[in-house]
Design a protein around this ligand. Structure first.
Ligand code: SAM
Length: 262
């Protein structure tokens, strides 16, 4: 081990402890492996419910005509397309013709390629852009965006708090942050049942549908390692956000943290 390696923080990769550098490499491996089956697996694992969570999160974000949106760890671009559609809807209601724009950024080019191949991008033309970037080190000047979203992405960051500070940096003051992430169930008895289901079923489903058991084992382990709703809320506040609210979905299987850049 070199002197530089020995100074690296140790972080969790599922239930394993690894260096930050190793986590970044292994997370890239996970999403490279699942990219082509990613959307299908999401629908199967959650019986489509993840779409309802995302739909509610984007309504809460309330996209507006002319706004600039960055979807960090945006994968196949679902939130960015929703942002543009909702902004246009709001514009139509008010007769405001300014066009919103959205950027899907992700550390993994395989996920972006899977997103770019989707037929429902065509209607957005150059209002929808795709950028390969680490969410902890975004290639944008301070105060660029009106809204930043991250769905099911921040759990995979090597340094989550560094990511939150970076989102604050690129947001305009008064901009909105919406973080949707798997979370912890509010009733302990339900958590036990959910744990039993997910550990027994999800890796097996990953093996059958995506030919990759290990990536889906990582998925459920990383969910268990993610902090609870209130701890994560404090981290968001500490990164420079105010009026942070928490909305639990499906009893806490997922939670939306919503805050304002102050
Ligand atoms: N946001 C999409 C969604 O909700 O469907 C994709 C979520 S997928 C579970 C997690 C994504 O996070 C992957 O596309 C992965 O490449 C990306 N990711 C992981 N670490 C990242 C980082 N440090 N910076 C940017 N993206 C990252």
């Amino acid at each position: 081990m070199t002197g530089q390696d020995s100074k690296e923080r140790i972080v969790s990769f599922g239930f394993e402890d690894v260096t930050e550098t190793e986590k970044v490499a292994r997370v890239k491996g996970v999403f490279r492996s699942v990219a082509s089956r990613y959307d299908l697996m999401n629908d199967l694992m959650s019986a489509g419910v993840h779409r309802l969570w995302k739909h509610d999160a984007m309504n809460r974000l309330n996209p507006q005509p002319g706004e600039r949106h960055l979807d960090v760890a945006g994968g196949t671009g679902e939130l960015a397309r929703a942002f543009l559609a909702l902004a246009d809807k709001a514009g139509k209601r008010r007769g405001d013709t300014r066009q919103a724009t959205a950027i899907v950024s992700d550390i993994n080019d395989a996920m972006l390629e899977a997103g770019k191949a989707r037929p429902d991008n065509a209607q957005w033309g150059d209002r929808l852009a795709w950028v390969c970037a680490d969410g902890q080190n975004l290639p944008y000047p301070d105060k660029t965006f009106d809204a930043v979203t991250v769905s099911f992405g921040i759990r995979n960051f090597a340094d989550r708090v560094a990511g939150l500070r970076e989102f604050r940096r690129v947001l305009k003051t008064g901009g909105r942050l919406a973080v949707l992430e798997f979370s912890h169930m509010t009733a302990p008895i339900l958590q036990e049942a959910y744990d039993r289901y997910s550990f027994a079923v999800i890796p097996r489903m990953g093996e059958l549908v995506a030919g990759d058991r290990d990536s889906y084992q990582y998925l459920i382990e990383s969910i268990r390692k993610f902090p609870g709703q209130q701890t994560f809320k404090s981290e968001i506040e500490g990164a420079g956000f105010g009026q942070v609210s928490v909305t639990n979905y499906s009893g806490g299987i997922a939670a939306l943290h919503f805050g304002w850049a102050v």
